[in-house]
Design a binder for this molecule. Structure first.
Ligand code: PHE
Length: 354
């Protein structure tokens, strides 16, 4: 028995891994193991012999089992130590510098507009950028021969020869969304539509793609007074200071009467300041929705009336954030984006300063 004990304790001490250890366990104390077989021999012994040998064998088995368990724990510890050594990592090292993108001024101002108009009960509507000429023109009371069609420098989608469907255009303004949201929601309604629009034009203040936000409010008794209040409220919130507006009579086929709206500003050494001084700056077109436009949107002009306006997002972004050249908005120059862009965590101000 001493031989058995010495043999197995030796083997166990030398086991290199868990599977070697398991083999030893089977070999020694498994069902057909060497020690188990010895225990079976007890049955053949005389009671006196058994009384001596039984406890000794049991003690041996216990000793082997605990040696196995201890070795198993030691192997696991060693494996963990090895992993800790191998996977060691210096958490005090400085992080690699990460290039962070910025929020484009157009996105920022888009969000600011949405937030301010949402405060006044306007929800956001959307429409397609590739539009039928019916939504972009006809439904807005701009018939085929109307000069406004030519004036807008419209991009027409290519048509294969012999394809005689009515033309699709890149929308020249966000006004077609007026019609779409009238069709969808009926009256009363209060929506804005920020989005991309397209005109073939390119200089310091014009790019072939730019952004507008359309506004639309329809109810039984909406008037120009509501329009003026909403716009003054908007500009004051947006610029963070009380801003006066000036309405100039104008003409749009889809509004009657129509007005172009200027905001109060001062010019000092070539920089514009909104909300002070006695200068004026044109920022949008507006008016009372033409009865024919309501009709085209499926709304009865004898029951309902409303105002609409369309404003350049890029333009008011330039004014608020002092950006001189519109073309740079779309050059994707990283230096420009880092300079004029906003941090993602910079929540749009909707009552800045006031
Ligand atoms: N759609 C006009 C434009 O792009 C602006 C406008 C919108 C005018 C709504 C009146 C009413 O110039």
């Amino acid at each position: 028995m001493d031989d058995l004990k010495a043999k197995y304790l030796d083997l166990i001490a030398g086991a290199g891994d868990e599977s070697a250890l398991e083999e030893l366990r089977v070999q020694a104390v498994g069902k057909k193991g060497e020690i188990s077989l010895q225990m079976r021999e007890l049955g053949k012994m005389s009671p006196e012999e058994r009384q001596v040998m039984g406890p000794k064998l049991n003690a041996l088995k216990d000793e082997i089992n605990s040696a196995l368990a201890a070795k198993k724990a030691a192997l696991a510890d060693a494996a963990l130590d090895e992993r800790l050594r191998a996977e060691w990592l210096d958490v005090t090292l400085p992080v690699r510098p990460q290039r962070q993108g910025t929020i484009h001024p157009v996105s920022q101002v888009w969000e600011e507009c949405t937030a301010i108009f949402a405060d006044m009960g306007f929800s956001v509507a959307e429409g397609p950028q590739v539009e039928t000429d019916w939504y972009n023109f006809d439904a807005l009371n701009i018939p085929g021969h109307h000069p406004a069609r030519a004036e807008m420098d419209t991009f027409y989608m290519h048509r294969a020869e012999g394809d005689n469907r009515p033309p699709h255009v890149l929308r020249t303004h966000t006004s077609p969304v007026q019609i779409r949201s009238m069709e969808q929601g009926g009256a009363p309604t209060r929506i804005i539509c920020p989005g991309r629009v397209y005109r073939a034009d390119y200089d310091q203040t014009h790019t072939p793609m730019f952004h507008q936000v359309e506004g639309l409010a329809i109810d039984r008794d909406i008037s120009m007074a509501n329009l003026k209040w909403v716009l003054e409220e908007f500009f004051s919130a947006y610029f963070g200071t009380k801003v006066k507006t000036r309405f100039r009579a104008s003409h749009f086929p889809f509004t009657e009467p129509s007005a172009e709206v200027d905001i109060q500003c001062s010019w000092e050494n070539g920089t514009v300041k909104v909300g002070e001084g006695d200068g004026w700056l044109e920022v949008l077109g507006s008016g009372m929705i033409h009865p024919k436009v309501l009709q085209a949107g499926g709304i009865d002009p004898n029951e309902w009336q409303g105002f609409a306006f369309g404003m350049g997002i890029d333009r008011i972004a330039m004014l608020k954030y002092g950006i001189p050249d519109l073309r740079a908005f779309f050059d994707s120059d990283l230096r420009w984006l880092r300079h004029y862009g906003f941090s993602a965590l910079q929540v749009p101000t909707i009552r800045g300063g006031v």
